[in-house]
Ligand binder design. Structure first.
Ligand code: N01
Length: 539
């Protein structure tokens, strides 16, 4: 017989950990199922060389515990994967969370029993749990997407996937290495692999825009001063225009764009505004102009500036041209933040293969056969992305009221009210689900906001004797239309990105995250609560 809890949580990344902590505070019992053998979610799996966060560490951290934020010492402006994983483990230990987590348990189904008002959750390993509430804390980029390349399984050398990297690491010394994929993962890994490999071939299909991280060690005195005002910094992250990302100012302040628009500026005027952002580093670069993701002419000027930088850095003119993105507005695909990416192509042991010019015909036992030659490889690294936002949810067999499958409901794309709950799926919450700011924001800010909202809702139900909460169909429809309306007012839909599901063949092309920012979204969620949970039905 399945054990009974108040809540089942799927996933022990940051969302699952914080949810468990908050539920404990309410005195509720919870069981967490996690497929890995430790906590950390994305930071548990993505151990590829050079993996680090593109949000600043002092912002990409929990705010719920002032003691934790004061005591934890981040060492670099952008934390490395091992440091973030240590942080997740520290949080789990500090708040005594491990005892409720079952590791190496991959959830395969979640089924709602209407008569019992409960969810039955089952794992591939045969464990089950029944609970009134089911929380999907499954992450947005947790299902790897493998490339559909002929012969890929024939390769006899070592093959690694960025998002399932072996914990013991990989020694590339003396190896001829091929990397397929030049998104954020590839762009972080390439300069690091280049330092070790005998020769590195990068197989690039679509170039991406990348800005320098300007990473470095954090100065203790500076951090101490920053932490004096931590609460106020957090306030701006949660409510401001910056989508929850941090800044490097000691004085807390709202980050505002330097200029309204680049559209009618000369290249020199644009450069005068962008140069300080480029030198300062980080994805905040895109916020220099207020309309960078709205006005195509402004966006084009910013893209020109970055292409100019690529041509300045990369010595070989043909390689530089091949690295210049021309097929999408800058920022419409997630902008990458790198350390030495473009400069890596100046090394004599790094070759860029433009596979649009010389397509990959086949992966063979010994390497890659291009349309014009064979390249022998010892090692092949795949950094080919994820089935984002919906992948983890649809990989499970989730069945709501009347046995309706989530996969059927989402046949033409995800539908959820506020990205929090779906009509037909009572008491099931999706942390940072499609329809919420999620991947367009600092995930820690969005995770805390969602968990706090969901816990507030559960508290409300308990104090009002309510057993069931479910989004109204009409509220869900309106929200989905609103998410689309906001996205269509931006350049995002032109990106052909994973935000749209465009990287997965057959996936409906729907812009999944909510693009109005964390501040506006938080206001809406709070307003819904003030308005007696407008759009939700309790029973
Ligand atoms: O994945 P991606 P990612 N043949 O989808 C290529 C987060 N993240 O893992 O564009 C050849 O961006 C594909 O080419 P194309 C972050 O949000 C964050 O790098 O389809 N190439 C593309 O170049 C990020 O956006 C951090 O033509 C093929 C690449 O693979 C998200 O995760 C670090 C191919 C996939 O790029 C995903 O990033 C890492 C094929 N058949 C990740 N199939 C930080 O915090 C695919 N590609 C810094």
């Amino acid at each position: 017989m399945a054990e009974r809890f108040d809540v089942v949580i799927v996933g022990a990344g940051f969302a699952g950990l914080y949810m468990l902590h908050r539920l404990r505070g309410l005195g509720l019992s919870a069981r967490v199922f996690e497929q890995g053998d430790n906590v950390g979610g994305t930071w548990y799996w993505n151990r590829y060389p050079g993996a680090r966060c593109d949000a600043e560490s002092l912002a990409y951290s929990f705010s719920f515990s002032p003691e934790l934020e004061q005591q934890w010492q981040w060492t670099e402006r952008y934390a490395t994967q091992p440091e973030i994983l240590q942080y997740a483990e520290h949080v789990a230990e500090r708040f005594d969370l491990y005892r409720d987590i079952r590791f190496q348990q991959r959830v395969v189904s979640a089924t709602y029993d209407e008569a019992d008002n409960s969810w039955l959750v089952t794992t591939a390993q045969g464990e089950t749990a029944v609970a009134q509430f089911c929380i999907m804390a499954t992450g947005c980029l947790s299902v790897p997407q493998l490339p559909d390349i002929k012969g890929i399984d024939n390769f006899q050398g070592a093959r690694y996937q960025a998002s399932m990297w072996p914990p013991e690491g990989v020694d590339f010394s003396g190896c001829t290495v091929g990397v397929i994929g030049t998104g954020s993962s590839g762009i972080q890994a390439i300069p690091v692999i280049a330092e070790r490999a005998e020769h590195l071939y990068v197989f690039q299909r679509t170039p991406n825009f990348s800005v320098p991280a300007v990473n470095g060690a954090l100065d203790d005195g500076w951090v101490e001063q920053f932490k004096v005002n931590y609460r106020q910094h957090r306030h701006y992250h949660k409510h401001g225009l910056s989508s929850g990302f941090g800044d490097l100012e000691i004085e807390p302040r709202e980050r505002t764009p330097a200029a309204e628009s680049a559209a009618d500026m000369s290249a020199q005027e644009v450069a005068a505004i962008l140069d300080p952002y480029w030198q300062r580093g980080g994805a905040f670069f895109l916020s220099a102009f207020a309309d960078s993701l709205i006005e195509p002419r402004s966006n084009a000027k910013i893209a020109d500036y970055v292409r100019g930088k690529i041509r300045e850095i990369v010595q070989d003119p043909q390689t530089a041209e091949d690295l210049c993105p021309t097929d999408h507005p800058i920022g419409s695909k997630r902008i990458c933040v790198d350390t030495g990416y473009y400069a890596a192509y100046n090394r004599s042991n790094v070759s860029l293969i433009n596979v649009r010019r010389t397509p990959i015909e086949e992966v063979t036992a010994t390497g890659i056969r291009l349309s014009d030659r064979n390249i022998d490889l010892d090692t092949l690294v795949l950094a080919t992305g994820f089935d984002a936002m919906t992948g983890a949810l649809l990989n499970m067999d989730i069945r709501g009221r009347g046995g309706v499958r989530l996969a059927d409901k989402w046949h033409s794309g995800p539908r959820a009210y506020l990205g929090i709950n779906m009509h037909g799926f009572p008491n099931l919450f999706t942390v940072t689900g499609p329809g919420s700011p999620s991947v367009l924001s600092n995930m820690l800010v969005s995770i805390e906001q969602h968990v706090d909202w969901m816990v507030g809702c559960i508290e409300h139900m308990r104090s009002h004797g309510r057993q069931r909460v479910e989004a109204e169909l009409q509220a869900e429809d309106h929200w989905v239309a609103h998410v689309n309306e906001i996205a269509n007012a931006t350049l995002f839909p032109q990106g052909g990105s994973w935000y749209l599901g465009a990287n997965v063949s057959g996936k409906p092309r729907v812009f999944m995250p909510y693009a109005a920012g964390v501040g506006a979204y938080r206001d809406i969620c709070e307003d819904v609560v003030r308005d007696n949970y407008r759009g939700f039905v309790f029973s």
